[in-house]
Design a protein around this ligand. Structure first.
Ligand code: MN
Length: 207
């Protein structure tokens, strides 16, 4: 059975950029519900319970039809949020370094241009979804997905992800998604993202 991972920092650690109450509700409430619903969907499928969440997402087409959409949404929600918490850091104001900065410069021209493009894609994502920085063998690309879909289901590897669901920002930023994204840049865990980029595997931790 899947369990809700603890936040790797206190709910208040990302203030003032992401507020305590949003972090609490987002982690305990929203992420907690994805885990609970995922476990319920798998209740009568002991063989599927043995799979990792990534494996469920990479074999969606082969899952029993009656639970496929539930798994897509809730395994997706569990996976995306498990990554998201680790992609944020109380060590605020970080910027990308090393090979990751080089790759950003090569792919987008500069870090500032990358930030503009990533923000644009986040603003253009209609309704709920995610924005991703994808590593294609060293070439970086920005993509987005609706709902709780993750590009790992189509064999692409996310290095960085941003949750643009309203539940991620509405308490503090109301309908101002642009203000949330501008604040979010201050708490990106670039040290962790560099590790993620270089290791080409998911963050350490238990999903
Ligand atoms: Mn969320």
């Amino acid at each position: 059975m899947f369990t809700l991972p603890d936040l790797p920092y206190d709910c208040a650690a990302l203030e003032p950029f992401i507020d305590t109450e949003t972090m609490r509700i987002h982690h305990d409430g929203h992420h907690g519900a994805y885990v609970k619903n995922l476990n319920e969907a798998l209740e009568n499928y002991p063989n599927l319970q043995k799979l990792k969440v990534e494996e469920l997402l990479q074999t969606l087409d082969k899952l029993p039809e009656e639970i496929r959409i539930k798994i897509r949404n809730n395994a997706g929600g569990h996976y995306n949020h498990s990554l998201f918490w680790q992609m944020l850091s109380p060590d605020k104001g970080q910027t990308p370094e090393g090979k990751l900065l080089q790759a950003i410069n090569t792919s987008f021209g500069s870090f500032d241009t990358f930030k503009e493009k990533f923000t644009q894609v986040g603003m253009g994502r209609f309704g709920s979804g995610w924005v991703w920085l994808i590593n294609n063998s060293g070439n970086l690309e920005i993509m987005d997905t609706p709902n709780q879909d993750n590009l790992i289901s189509s064999g692409k590897f996310p290095v960085l992800g941003l949750d643009v669901w309203e539940h991620a920002y509405y308490l503090k930023y109301k309908n101002k998604r642009a203000d949330y994204i501008a604040a979010w840049w201050n708490v990106v865990n670039w040290k962790g993202i560099l590790y993620n980029f270089e290791s080409r595997s998911r963050f350490p931790g238990h999903l």
